[in-house]
Design a protein around this ligand. Structure first.
Ligand SMILES: [Zn+2]
Length: 95
């Protein structure tokens, strides 16, 4: 039986992370978990889940929106503006 290098907790073969102290048994497992964590945080699904899980959904939604806007370049914002303006003009002409 292997033991956790950090706290000596007896590990199961299937575990990649120590249930006792939370440290990863191998560097690769740690990197993969970090990568998955990052993907989860930055995917649309992850964002939606986080917003839905938040206590204050409205506030969380605004933070996410701010982050998205901050991540966009000026060109992207301009493109978005043009699209919105176009859709708006289209809607007006139909009415
Ligand atoms: Zn441990």
């Amino acid at each position: 039986m292997n033991k956790c290098p950090s706290c000596g907790y007896e590990r199961k073969v299937s575990d990649i992370r120590c249930p006792e102290c939370g440290s990863f048994y191998s560097k690769i497992a740690e990197l993969i978990a970090e990568e998955e964590d990052y993907e989860e945080k930055h995917s649309l699904r992850g964002r939606c889940l986080r917003i839905l899980k938040a206590d204050d959904i409205k506030r969380e939604l605004r933070i996410e929106l701010d982050q998205v806007i901050a991540g966009l370049s000026k060109k992207a914002i301009f493109t978005l503006f043009v699209i919105i303006a176009f859709v708006f003009a289209l809607t007006l002409s139909v009415l």
